[in-house]
Design a protein around this ligand. Sequence first.
Ligand code: ATP
Ligand code: MG
Length: 267
Amino acid sequence: MTDPAPTTRILAVANQKGGVGKTTTAINLGTALAEAGHPTLIIDLDPQGNASTGLNSQADERELTTYDALAGQASLEEIMVGTALDDLCLCPGSVDLAGLDVELSNDSMRVRRLGDLLSAPALRERFEFILIDCPPSLNILTVNAMAAADGVVVPLQCEFFALEGLTQLLETVKQIQKSVNPRLCIEGICLTMYDKRNRLSSQVEEDVRETLGDIVYSTVIPRNVRLSEAPSYSMPALLYDPHCAGSEAYRALARELIGRTETPRAA
Ligand code: ATP
Ligand code: MG
């Protein structure tokens, strides 16, 4: 089957390690893409729902969520809400997602649920980028995201154990390539929470670049307090403080990502 609209790029933001910057990256990269005129949809696939609250969708106000869509009770268009930016939409998450693994255990096609939802032509006509914020696990939710995606964006925190667990993530990507989604690739690895005053950050960067080569984005996201404050105002950092170092870094990442999309690499 050929891809109905090759212009839509679906990216899973994934790393089974917790707290490495997945949600911060999904929100702010998504905002940067939308700000640059590329209609973008963020899908919150994490029961924690942090991407949703960070984009001003409060848990008690959400009517339909990605849970309803994955459970087969709604389309993504039905659950979608707007954000402060015209070109940025959100499919909010729900704590109910945590039970999906068990609920779908008898469905042999369960890994394809998100992919099936995302094949809707109207979505592909409307959005240039679809970013999926994954939970800190390689569970059915992350596997659904990878089964539906063209590429995986991996945020990697600049800390001593940065590379730990990456082998398992890369192995999962390979297995999904083999079994359900041959077009899946590692879109890029993004170093996050880089502290230029700390020698450890530059050592980790050197180590990661040496080990993983040019799959690592040259853009590095600095440790920046504005990025961590913005969610408490239910805003992307790019709107909360448009010119802080973190916002500028996510804009640079968006430019780099768009550049790579225009000149695709071999998988
Ligand atoms: P989880 O695995 O729980 O979903 P995550 O990988 O999505 O976590 P985030 O929620 O994006 O990670 O970030 C973890 C914490 O670090 C949050 O409090 C966030 O605000 C903060 N944070 C993320 N990136 C940065 C940064 N570059 N500078 C400062 N703080 C950051
Ligand atoms: Mg998160």
